[in-house]
Ligand binder design. Structure first.
Ligand code: DP6
Length: 357
């Protein structure tokens, strides 16, 4: 039974995809054509905090983001928030929720806030509803809010298994490697632009899957890359890992570019960073770092602590000439967790007074 009028607060983080999800075989259930793999980022660097409170006095869900009330009638938000209905069904409850969420990201870092936000919300609501769902079941729900969100349901290196069933019951996230398996891995989040992307991932991937004949070979190629990536990570082989993630990022962006009409997320600074990574690897005589880009121009440069000073030095030049705005470094992070400190709660007395009385 859900506990009414108590605040449940959780914290979670975004993830960066090493093997990308780009294309849905089922748009309603959000089922992908291929499995994807990501690294969950460190809560200390990027995190979402979300509080959930259930009350019988509410006749509809209420959602605050960054302290501001959101319009749950908005088409996109409504689509994503269907996860609340799914959660209620799973918990056998009809309790409405007062939700307050905040993304503690460096200003518009270009990181996918929806993945972090949805995963954290599912985690907090699962506790509030006393639904008792495990990570796998929660990832199936998060997936239906935003595909990549299912991978933020766990820490470490996470695989979203594409599954084959039509109802999506075998399309969920699983941890491949715990965060302490290879703790030396570092992600440099390199911010070159803070503007909102012109084409959303959702619209962009649909356009690619619908119009691009090259997309036909994509699922097979992504699955093969996933197998190789698991092998490289298992062997803690940064050279191989970096080569795989660069090839993967390039393949996805080539697919975007060859979509009709063409979708281009990378800019001049992104290409300059790709050049610099390749030059650094060449000058060292081995692959010590690799880049990957999601649906935007900001780079994620993966390396190990051993080689981080060289990568930092390379990035310093970009920071100095202004083509990079700032860099955040993240180690491999853990999955969402509950915050027991009542001071962490984001639901204020005013919110309660206004909506519950
Ligand atoms: C390029 O998960 O944001 O970051 O499922 O439509 O909400 P929806 O899309 P979303 O797409 C993420 C695309 C990507 C690659 C990835 O994270 O795997």
């Amino acid at each position: 039974m859900p506990i009414l009028d108590r605040i449940f607060t959780a914290q979670g983080s975004p993830n960066i995809a090493f093997v990308k999800y780009w294309g849905k075989r089922d748009e309603r259930l959000i089922l992908p054509y291929n499995s994807s793999i990501s690294m969950t980022l460190d809560h200390a660097v990027l995190r979402t905090v979300t509080s959930v409170m259930l009350s019988e006095a509410l006749d509809e869900d209420v959602f605050y983001l960054g302290g501001k009330p959101q319009d749950l009638g908005d088409r996109e938000l409504k689509e994503r928030m269907q996860i609340l209905e799914i959660l209620r069904k799973a918990a056998g409850s009809d309790a409405r929720m007062l939700i307050a969420s905040h993304n503690h990201f460096p200003t518009a870092s270009g990181m996918a806030s929806s993945a972090s936000g949805i995963a954290t919300l599912v985690y907090a609501a699962n506790a509030a509803l006393q639904a008792g769902l495990n990570a796998e079941s929660m990832s199936i729900i998060a997936r239906q809010g935003s595909g990549s969100a299912c991978r933020s349901m766990l820490g470490g290196i996470v695989m979203w298994r594409k599954g084959t069933r039509a109802d999506g019951s075998d399309s969920y996230a699983q941890q491949l490697f715990a965060e302490d398996y290879w703790p030396e891995v570092v992600d440099n989040i390199v911010v070159v632009s803070q503007s909102k992307k012109k084409v959303s991932s959702r619209a962009g991937m649909k356009q690619t899957a619908d119009t691009n004949p090259l997309f036909r070979s994509r699922p097979e190629s992504a699955e093969a890359r996933a197998r190789n990536l698991i092998e490289a990570y298992k062997n803690r082989d940064m050279g191989k890992l970096a080569q795989i993630i660069m090839a993967e990022s390039n393949e996805m962006h080539a697919l975007m570019l060859s979509t009709v009409p063409s979708i281009r997320y990378l800019n001049t600074a992104s290409y300059a960073l790709m050049d610099a990574v390749e030059q650094l690897n060449m000058s060292v005589g081995e692959t010590i770092c690799g880049y990957t880009f999601d649906a935007g121009p900001n780079a994620n440069i993966i390396t190990t602590q051993e080689h981080q000073p060289k990568v930092s030095k390379m990035l310093k030049e970009f920071l100095e000439d202004g083509s990079v705005q700032y860099v955040k470094t993240s180690k491999v992070g853990s999955g969402p967790k509950m915050l027991d400190d009542p001071h962490a709660a984001l639901i204020t007395k005013d919110m309660v007074k206004e909506h519950i009385g």
